[in-house]
Design a protein around this ligand. Structure first.
Ligand code: PLP
Length: 368
């Protein structure tokens, strides 16, 4: 009976579009050596200590529901941006990918279109396809992965609702210089929003790197996406936020459920916002890691791209899956990024000095 009912609904039960699969978990790997997880761009120093203290303080509160609204969290975010953005300009969710999905579900749908640029983060294509929207790839240009503003403008139609951008970009680690972003923002028509994914912004050092609030403050239709999974070291808690104009933030926030973010995640995230010391130590570690890794990679002679984020894109002269599995044998987890439009490439997170040395030793063994 139940089976019959299900078969009636088989059109509904056919999965729509590709499934987004995150990087492998540590528990999936079998290795006799200690495992260095350099596959998911996490914080190698661990979580913000202030966030951990907040979790300890609130661990006794779990019998009660969390705040019904996210107002306290949005007030904290507004303070973090020195009051330059109002609490009503923020959207919160239980992860950065959650934010991307919320944006997709509220803005896109059957018959509508969005534009993304490969290599790029998989959900920009996968989430829209799931809601029946068309996702058009205007690839990043040349060996430096530059944003193709002319190409994007040529792909815009009256059905386009979102242009996805990411800086620093996952998986290339490259960034969109301010003049390019200015050009895009000044040329886009009024019937669409530009999503600017800046989840790795803390690591960017280029003088012409730009934050999304530069545009949001000018009232541009930009949604800037952020996460607590990266520099704050809270990937396991799943918290993210975005900010935009009040009108767009209100519209997108309608897609939220009540009690959307759990108590511990919200308290930890609010505490982490104040943890400047942890962010500084995290960024220093990544910068030192780059200073060690770049010359080592040059010596090995493997193709790689200099990064504005906490990871490096590599192109080994070997099948990406074979590279991944041989590195597993050496105790190193890396991430093949074919699904992000970078076939034959592998992404490696910059680790502690010990992890970076283990990575280089493993790399020498398998490609050297
Ligand atoms: C570019 C980009 N955006 C968003 C996210 C989402 O992060 P999370 O869902 O962990 O908050 C990630 C995570 O890898 C990312 O690389």
């Amino acid at each position: 009976m139940i089976k019959e009912k299900i078969s009636i609904f088989k059109d509904y039960l056919t999965p729509k579009g590709p499934e987004y699969k995150g990087g492998k978990s540590r528990s999936e790997i079998v290795s006799e050596k200690p495992i260095y997880k350099l596959s998911s761009n996490e914080n190698m120093l661990g979580s913000s200590p202030l966030a951990i203290a907040a979790i300890k303080t609130h661990v006794g509160d779990l019998n009660e529901y969390p705040d019904n609204t996210d107002l306290r969290f949005r007030n904290a975010l507004s303070d973090f941006y020195n009051g330059e953005l109002s609490p009503n300009q923020f959207i919160t969710d239980n992860s950065g990918v959650g934010i991307l999905q919320l944006i997709t579900n509220t803005i896109l749908g059957e018959g509508l279109e969005c534009i993304f640029s490969n290599p790029g983060f998989g959900p920009y294509r996968m989430f829209p396809e799931k809601v029946g929207a068309k996702a058009i790839d205007v690839p990043l240009k040349g060996d430096n992965f530059e944003l193709d503003v002319d190409g994007i403008m040529a792909a815009v139609t009256d059905k386009t609702r979102i242009i996805w951008t990411c800086s620093p970009n996952n998986p290339s680690g490259t960034y969109i210089p301010k003049h390019k972003m200015d050009e895009l923002i000044s040329r886009v028509p009024d019937h669409l929003v530009v999503v600017y994914d800046e989840v790795y912004y803390q690591y960017a050092t280029a003088p012409d790197f730009v934050r999304g609030y530069e545009y949001v403050k000018q009232g541009k239709k930009v949604i800037a996406v952020n996460s607590f999974s990266k520099a704050y070291g809270l990937a396991g808690l799943r918290v993210g936020y975005a900010y935009s104009t009040e009108e767009i933030a209100r519209y997108v926030s309608q897609g939220r459920r009540p009690f959307f973010i759990n108590t511990l995640s919200m308290e930890a995230a609010m505490a982490a916002l104040h943890d400047e010391d942890h962010i500084k130590r995290t960024v220093d570690l990544v910068n030192k890691g780059k200073a060690y890794l770049y010359p080592e990679l040059d010596k090995i002679g493997i193709k790689y791209w200099k990064s504005q984020a906490n990871f490096i894109l590599l192109k080994p002269e070997m099948n990406d899956l074979e590279f991944e599995s041989r590195m597993h044998t050496e105790g190193i987890m890396t991430r093949p990024v074919k699904g992000f439009g970078a076939p034959d490439c592998v992404r490696v997170t910059i680790g502690t000095q010990e992890a970076n040395e283990a990575f280089i030793a493993g790399l020498r063994k398998i490609v050297g």
